[in-house]
Design a protein around this ligand. Structure first.
Ligand code: DAH
Length: 359
């Protein structure tokens, strides 16, 4: 072994140590590396052990060289250690400064919404954007508005389609929200855009899909030149907004005395995607929106000239819609008062079909 070779190897060790230190992140790693380099059993320690292999006259010089190398390496580790500690302190400081104890806390959302309330709010928001008024007629209604003004005179067979709760005062519990149509025509005249959400009642035997108390939203738009195309566009928009997706729809003829022509609007079944399942009775379609062009007799009942104005109307089953949207299989869960039917307030924004209340 000679001195030149030792010096060469020490400068290689120095270079390698500098590179290794640059890659170290934590103090633990640094200490480990330091002991492997300058520790007794490390690379430098091994060199120290070779002093006695040098000729006696060179040993002094070798010792000096090795000590100098050790000093340099120790300084490298000391500097690196200070850098790591400073970095950790800075990170702590910035964490501490981003916490402002004077800021008010974030109030967790509390309370819950009934699925029917939720879809009603959504439907109202869609139509309000389109300039529709929101009306609410009385739940205790007269025979005139519930039937006669809607082109359903006494003894008309269509009265049998809506089993009615008659009251002892000669009035009735409205069987649908359609009576608000003529009330709104009388109140606001033309042109008219109005929706009327509300509770309806029918003398029904209750089962999984029938209730004696349910919710509808009536819609009515009257102006010059209103056509079926306007009706379809509006209904498509409504379903797209409520279900947050583009749905296929289809129109079938449907009979309602207060519209001519009248339609049943179906939408593609959300449960099976149109392939057929128990919910859609294997048809791939769900009956969702009865609608049509307002019958001239109804316009006349509301003091509107059917030669000058036309309009469309629809009667959306809100309860049905809520069941579809939130996957509620049994209608009885909705009026039972069971709190599990409610949708927690925190889940309101972005509610989707997948989010099912547990009822
Ligand atoms: N009122 C009807 C019912 O409850 C639903 C309805 C059908 C409303 C057609 C409409 C309509 O406005 O155009 O059965």
């Amino acid at each position: 072994m000679d001195l030149d070779k030792l010096q060469n190897q020490l400068s290689t060790l120095r270079a390698e140590t500098t590179t290794a230190i640059a890659g170290v992140v934590t103090m633990d790693e640094l200490r480990r590396l330091e002991s492997q380099t300058t520790g007794k059993t490390g690379a430098l320690g091994a060199w120290m052990a070779t002093i006695k292999e040098f000729p006696p006259e060179q040993r002094g010089q070798v010792g000096k060289t090795l000590n100098q190398a050790k000093g340099e390496l120790t300084k490298l580790f000391k500097d690196a250690g200070e850098k790591i500690k400073a970095g950790a302190a800075a990170a702590e400081a910035s964490k501490a400064s981003s916490y402002d104890p004077t800021l008010p806390g974030i109030r967790p959302p509390v309370g819950s919404f009934h699925p029917v309330t939720l879809v009603q709010l959504q439907v109202e928001a869609v139509f309000q954007r389109l300039g529709f008024l929101i009306e609410t007629g009385p739940e205790m209604e007269s025979e005139h508005y519930n039937f006669e003004a809607l082109n359903i005179p006494k003894l008309h067979p269509a009265r049998d389609m809506q089993d009615t709760f008659w009251l002892t005062n000669g009035k009735l519990l409205r069987t649908h929200t359609s009576p608000v149509q003529v009330r709104a025509m009388e109140r606001h005249g033309t042109p008219l855009r109005v929706i009327a959400p509300g509770r309806c009642f029918r003398y029904e035997t209750i089962d999984a899909s029938h209730e004696n108390t349910f919710h509808q939203v009536e819609g009515l738009m009257i102006d010059r030149n209103i056509s079926i195309a306007n009706l379809i566009a509006m209904m498509k928009l409504l379903l797209r907004e409520v279900f947050s997706q583009e749905l296929s729809i289809r129109l079938r003829p449907g009979y309602f005395p207060f519209v001519e022509p009248g339609f049943e609007m179906d939408m593609s079944c959300l449960i099976c995607g149109g392939g057929g399942c128990a919910t859609c009775k294997q048809s791939g379609w769900i009956e969702i929106l009865p609608c049509g062009m307002v019958h001239p007799n109804v316009l006349r009942a509301g003091n509107i000239d059917p030669h000058e104005f036309t309009g469309f109307a629809f009667g959306l089953g809100l309860t049905r819609l809520a069941m579809m949207k939130y996957g509620v299989a049994d209608i009885r869960g909705l009026n039972s008062g069971d709190l599990r039917a409610l949708v927690p307030a925190g889940r309101i924004s972005g509610t989707t079909v997948a989010e099912k209340p547990p009822c």
